[in-house]
Design a protein around this ligand. Structure first.
Ligand SMILES: [Zn+2]
Length: 149
């Protein structure tokens, strides 16, 4: 996994230990910066966050920019960089509506306490993909927490 544009490979700076309920542990590598893998119709490529933020892309990447934004939205969500996640999802949605972008944005809104906006995102995800498990689960959770108030 090295960036398709600058060819950098993120150095591994450590690993996180996760312990399962049965006591087994897995280690997940932690990298110095994000390199997202984008699956486009023309094949898969990796892109680092610096190149992503520089906003200058060759034609073959510009053609799948919505997928690039969604992928970074998911990466930022995992890194708990919620504001950046929301921005990436908004940019993806401005190009093309997708359930994945709405789901990631909804999760980020939820984490920063913007429940009404999160609800809207999950509703949109369900409109595009009626069976979306992430959207259904989160809407149930939101309703449950509102009933509990
Ligand atoms: Zn790069």
């Amino acid at each position: 996994m090295s960036c398709a544009l600058c060819k950098r490979k993120p150095p591994k700076i450590g690993s996180e230990k996760w312990v399962g309920q049965d006591g087994t542990t897995v280690r997940i590598p932690v990298h110095e910066f994000i390199v997202a893998s984008v699956s486009s119709p023309d094949g898969e490529f990796d892109l680092c966050e610096d190149c992503y933020k520089q906003n200058r892309f060759p034609e073959h990447i510009r053609r799948v920019m919505d997928l690039v934004h969604v992928e970074f939205g998911l990466e930022f969500l995992h890194e708990q960089r919620y504001q950046e996640c929301i921005e990436a999802c908004e940019r993806a949605l401005a190009i093309r509506q997708s359930p994945a972008a709405y789901e990631a944005e909804g999760c980020a809104f939820l984490r920063v306490g913007k429940t009404a906006l999160a609800t809207e995102c999950f509703m949109n995800a369900l409109r595009l993909q009626p069976g979306s498990a992430i959207a259904t689960l989160n809407l149930k959770r939101i309703r449950h927490s509102e009933v509990g108030k």
